[in-house]
Design a protein around this ligand. Structure first.
Ligand code: NUP
Length: 211
């Protein structure tokens, strides 16, 4: 089974809560990022608690270790279950996020390679492989890898072994769910669900492929 994670990038609290509620039976987790948190505040984590799904904070934390630690303490105290952090900042900074996550019995995922076309400018020539290795070395719970490049996901799987791989880029960014579903532990899907005429029906359709 591949988890289906809803990327709830809806910058309106009421609309976001309605979509989350209607999609809840078909998804395994909800990922919240800057669009929703900056528009609705961190208390959105409490508002989203009722479907009982894990809540992932996609803040791509990328600062010095002390600031990363402070950010992650706020994230987990707000009620999130997991955080997404960048790995290019180095092992000490990534480790700060991972340590805070684990101290709250939460999880931390490290971005190994991003999904958009411009990502190849910097995440190439072995950089993504090195970040994936760093994630393993630092005890991260998994990595983020691009559904838009299944061959890269397969390569990064060789490095992370049975650590989780969560993969964004399906649909709106051109990635094909069938091509990555069996390579990863979960897919992260935003617009193909929340911008659909019927988000719940879209989530149900995707969840059938994941199962
Ligand atoms: O490399 C990444 N690509 C990506 O799209 C890392 C991410 N965290 N994301 C996020 O996944 C992105 O910010 C958005 O929240 C979601 C994909 O949304 P969509 O393209 O399916 O709408």
């Amino acid at each position: 089974m591949t988890e289906l994670i809803l990327a709830l990038d809806v910058p309106d609290r009421k609309e976001a809560l309605n979509i989350a509620e209607s999609c809840a039976p078909f998804i395994d987790a909800i990922k919240v990022g800057y669009p929703l948190v900056l528009s609705s505040g961190l208390s959105i984590a409490e508002d989203l608690a009722s479907p009982g799904l894990p809540l992932i904070a996609d803040f791509k934390v990328a600062d010095i270790p002390n600031t990363n630690r402070l950010i992650c303490e706020v994230v987990f105290s707000a009620g999130f279950d997991a955080v997404i952090a960048h790995g290019f900042v180095g092992a000490d900074a990534a480790r700060a996020c991972i340590e805070v996550a684990h101290s709250h019995s939460g999880k931390a995922y490290i971005v190994a390679e991003m999904s958009h076309p411009g990502a190849t400018e910097f995440f190439h020539d072995g950089v993504a492989e090195r970040i994936a290795a760093l994630a393993v070395r630092c005890g991260a719970d998994g990595i983020i890898a691009p559904a838009t490049r299944p061959e890269r996901v397969a390569r990064l799987r060789e490095i992370v072994g049975d650590k989780a791989i969560y993969s964004p880029g399906i649909g709106a960014q051109g990635g094909d769910l069938d091509a990555v579903a069996r390579l990863v532990d979960g897919v992260i899907v935003g617009r193909s669900i929340y911008a659909a005429d019927d988000p719940a029906a879209a989530a149900e359709r995707l969840s059938r492929i994941c199962r």
